[in-house]
Ligand binder design. Structure first.
Ligand code: PMP
Ligand code: GLN
Length: 389
């Protein structure tokens, strides 16, 4: 393809960034009429009760701008949820919680608040695709440290070695997309030590899958740890928790000093978030079962998919959280994973995500990520195909 020339001349701020793999694979799945286990989204409905509450508030006239931090009723409900889930009750929720347009906006605002030109940020590979471009937009550099190959847990020694005076932020993600690994208490202890040693460091903790952990494992939020949360922003998403990824409603929790900076940016990115959705969520959060049943709900799906795949030549990598399951296809093909993902979609009609794209080095371990946030029927159809390969 000839290089595109624009007039007037346009200099890209992200010259190396290509279209997100989620867009690429979902488009390919649609074009080939494939079962889409690539991009992470549920194919089952949102609670009718929650939809009714939002509709109710629309009809009640809650249709104008919300306050920039969020509707007070929802901020209060989130504060109660933080206390219930993590034993953390913000001293002043009005200064420590902000509603955002999905976790994506929260990630953007936190990174923009903390990263100045020339600063460095530690990113652990494989990394969710939103972090690195956002760091680059602030003129920051990403220092990408691979997670341990055997279990996708952080290599704290390598991280410690990578910290320099200009390192201002470390980004963590638990439960982890794309691997399904989770941080354990000992990881948080290591993080605490790292923060004690390096006074300039902040933490951005992406916890959008907070309610999707398996086998009785507890979600290790940074908010559980007083010494860490003083220096951390934690990011959450109602899209994941209530099966509504299209609503793009999330929130960030941070100490007041950092939150002030985050809000200065948030007010000029979106100003505020969809008002009736916030009101509906405030009501829906009053019943903790609405989120506390999630581990069981998704563990069942993980286990159903695993059973259905037992007859296949794909080999599972243990998943402790998220609605993703990695499979190795090393026994089937030696194609690179991006090729394998395309081939599966086009020739067999099942779409998945290649894992190498989440590494700076494009490390190819012949792994594909499958999303099991699907009806049993969808999982059955997909597994039936995959078992024939
Ligand atoms: N972080 C991770 C790890 C994710 O998987 C997602 C989901 N796409 C997001 C952030 C963004 O969440 P949201 O859709 O609420 O913007
Ligand atoms: N988080 C979703 C995934 O990992 C996709 C989000 C997106 O499409 N941007 O599949």
């Amino acid at each position: 393809m000839p290089e595109q020339t624009y007039k007037p001349a346009l200099k890209s701020k992200l010259p190396e960034i290509e279209t997100s793999i989620f867009t690429v694979m979902s488009k390919m799945a649609a074009e080939h009429n494939a079962i889409n286990l690539s991009q992470g989204f549920p194919d089952f409905p949102v609670s009718g009760e929650l939809i009714d509450r939002i509709h109710y508030y629309m009809k009640q006239g809650y249709n104008q701008y919300a306050p920039t931090p969020g509707m007070p009723a929802l901020v209060k409900a989130i504060a109660q949820k933080l206390e219930r889930c993590f034993g953390f009750s913000p001293q002043d929720p009005a200064r420590e919680i902000t509603l955002t347009a999905g976790a994506t906006e929260a990630l953007f605002c936190v990174i923009a608040a903390l990263v100045h030109k020339g600063d460095e940020v530690i990113v652990l590979d494989p990394a969710y695709d939103a972090y690195v471009p956002t760091i680059a937009l602030q003129g920051g550099n990403s220092a990408r440290i691979p997670l341990k190959q055997e279990n996708f847990r952080p290599d704290w020694e390598a991280i410690e070695k990578a910290v320099k005076p200009e390192t201002k932020l470390i980004i963590l993600n638990t439960p982890h997309n794309p691997t399904g690994a989770i941080l354990k208490e000992e990881d948080l202890k290591e993080l605490q030590k790292l923060l004690q040693k390096h006074e300039q460091l902040w933490v951005l903790s992406d916890e959008v899958y907070e309610h999707i952990t398996f086998d009785g494992e507890r979600h290790e939020s940074v908010l559980r740890y007083p010494e860490i949360r003083k220096r951390a922003a934690a990011v959450f998403s109602f899209g994941k928790t209530f099966h509504a990824t299209g609503w793009k409603t999330g929130y960030v929790v941070a100490p007041p000093s950092l939150m002030k900076e985050i809000r200065n940016i948030h007010q000029f990115v979106t100003f505020a978030v969809h008002t009736p959705t916030q009101m509906g969520l405030a009501d829906y959060l009053q019943e903790p079962a609405h989120y506390e049943q999630l581990p069981r709900f998704y563990q069942q799906k993980r286990d159903i998919f695993a059973r259905l795949m037992e007859g296949s030549r794909f080999r599972p990598v243990p998943s402790s959280g998220t609605y993703f399951q990695l499979y190795s296809y090393a026994d089937i093909s030696d194609k690179p994973d991006t090729e394998m993902a395309g081939w599966l979609t086009k020739e067999y009609g099942v779409a998945a995500i290649p894992v190498s794209v989440f590494y700076e080095s494009k490390r190819d371990q012949q792994l594909l990520r499958f999303c099991f946030a699907k009806n049993e029927e969808t999982l059955k159809q997909a597994a039936e195909i995959l078992c024939k390969i």
